[in-house]
Design a protein around this ligand. Structure first.
Ligand SMILES: [Zn+2]
Ligand SMILES: [Zn+2]
Length: 169
């Protein structure tokens, strides 16, 4: 897995000074940050504005991650987009707990990529809509009900089926 170097923060100096902290502002691009309904825009930077603080267990990373996202409206497929701003507060330690804390590597690097991925994936909209009242596409003929109506809703049956039904009677 490749990692944008902007998100790999060397912290050897901080680790030597208990209680010390350092502000980090960085921008970088991460590939394939994609949820079921939307994805982080591939070619625009993710920005982090964080504070790293030396604590007895390791390093606490706190602050904000911002990223633009793209999607297709879940109802009409029109392009939709927005920007996420996610607050994080996570612990990096030498022996991380699966799913709870992050790895502070032996070479004293805080790799922000897994934290950024996790935080953004949680916040990406699962069912994005171009607008709350979007009327979507007709499931039968595919017309955009935001633009026009169709006859499908009234369900005119195929005349051959109508003939069979008549026989049943
Ligand atoms: Zn829509
Ligand atoms: Zn229709």
């Amino acid at each position: 897995m490749t990692t944008t170097s902007a998100f790999r923060i060397p912290v050897a100096n901080l680790l030597r000074r208990p209680g010390a902290s350092r502000a980090i502002q960085a921008e970088g691009v991460l590939a394939d940050v994609r949820g079921p309904g939307a994805e982080v825009t591939a070619d625009r930077p993710i920005a982090v504005d964080l504070t790293l603080e030396r604590v007895s267990e390791g390093m606490v990373v706190r602050g904000t991650i911002t990223a633009p996202w793209d999607a297709a409206c879940s109802r009409c497929l029109a392009p939709v987009g927005g920007e996420l701003a996610v607050q994080v507060g996570e612990l990096y330690e030498r022996q991380p707990l699966e799913g709870e804390t992050y790895l502070l590597s032996e070479d004293d690097v805080v790799d922000l990529e897994p934290l950024i991925r996790d935080a953004l994936l949680l916040e990406l909209p699962a069912v994005p809509l171009c607008r709350p009242e979007c009327r979507g596409l007709c499931a039968t003929c595919g017309v955009d009900h935001n633009l026009t109506s169709c006859e499908c809703d009234t369900a005119i049956p195929d005349p051959r089926w109508a003939a069979l039904r008549a026989l049943d009677l």
